[in-house]
Design a protein around this ligand. Structure first.
Ligand SMILES: *[C@@H]1O[C@H](CO)[C@@H](O)[C@H](O)[C@H]1NC(C)=O
Ligand SMILES: *[C@@H]1O[C@H](CO)[C@@H](O)[C@H](O)[C@H]1NC(C)=O
Length: 186
C-alpha cells in the first residue's frame, strides 16, 4: 500500500524540482513579410506575427545561441507582462485568444541580411502552439526542444490559422517579456 502512494509523490516532487540553469533571449529576431516579399528586414528588437484575410502574413525567425552547461532539458517559453511589457495585439477579442505556432528551422538556416518572405528557410517540425489572450494570459502547448548546447538553435513563429490578428512584442528581461529559451537540470 505504502509503495503505491509514495511512487507518484516522488514523480510529482521530481517534476517540480527542475531548476532553471539558464534563460536565453533571441540573438536574432528577423521578420519576413508577405506584403514585401523580396525585402530583407535584418534583425530587430521586436517580434511580429500577423495575418489578415488569410494573407498579409508576417512571420518572425528567431535564433538562440545555446550555451554549454549542465542542462538536461530545454524548452521555448513565451511570456507577456501585460501591465508593463511593451506589446500590441490587434484582432477581434470576441473570437478568443489568438494562436501562433513555432516550428524549428534547420541549423544555421537564418540569414539576417538576406532572408525575405520569398527566400525564407523552410521550417522543419512543429515545436509549440501559443495562445495569447487579449488580457495578456499566455498558454503554451508543447515547447520542448533538444538542447543544442554550444550551437545556434533556430525557429520560426507564424500565425496558427487564417484568423486575423497582429501581435508585436519587445523582448525584455525585466519584467520577463517575449520568447525565451529555458534550460533546466532535472
Ligand atoms: C550547427 O552547426 C554548427 C556549425 O555549422 C555545428 O557546430 C553544430 O554542431 C550544429 N548544431 C546542430 C544541433 O546540429
Ligand atoms: C498550429 O499548430 C496546431 C497544433 O497545435 C495545428 O492544429 C495548426 O494546424 C497549426 N497551424 C499552422 C498554420 O500550421
Amino acid at each position: 500500500m505504502l509503495a503505491i502512494t509514495v511512487v507518484p509523490l516522488l514523480f510529482f516532487l521530481h517534476a517540480y524540482a527542475a531548476t532553471l540553469v539558464d534563460r536565453q533571449f533571441p540573438h536574432l529576431i528577423v521578420p519576413v513579410k508577405q506584403d514585401e516579399p523580396d525585402r530583407a528586414f535584418n534583425t530587430q528588437y521586436s517580434g511580429e506575427i500577423a495575418v489578415k484575410a488569410g494573407a498579409h502574413q508576417v512571420y518572425t525567425e528567431i535564433s538562440f545561441d545555446v550555451p554549454t552547461n549542465a542542462a538536461q532539458t530545454c524548452n521555448l517559453a513565451f511570456t507577456i507582462a501585460p501591465a508593463n511589457g511593451p506589446w500590441t495585439l490587434s484582432g477581434d477579442p470576441a473570437a478568443g485568444p489568438l494562436v501562433f505556432n513555432i516550428s524549428s528551422l534547420p541549423n544555421a538556416s537564418i540569414n539576417k541580411d538576406k532572408d525575405t518572405w520569398n527566400s525564407r528557410p523552410k521550417s522543419q517540425e512543429w515545436v509549440a502552439s501559443v495562445e495569447v489572450a487579449y488580457n495578456g494570459n499566455v498558454k503554451l502547448t508543447g515547447g520542448s526542444v533538444v538542447c543544442a548546447k554550444g550551437s545556434a538553435q533556430q525557429f520560426v513563429m507564424y500565425p496558427g490559422s487564417a484568423r486575423d490578428f497582429g501581435l508585436t512584442w519587445f523582448e525584455l528581461t525585466q519584467p520577463l517579456h517575449g520568447v525565451t529559451y529555458e534550460m533546466y537540470v532535472p
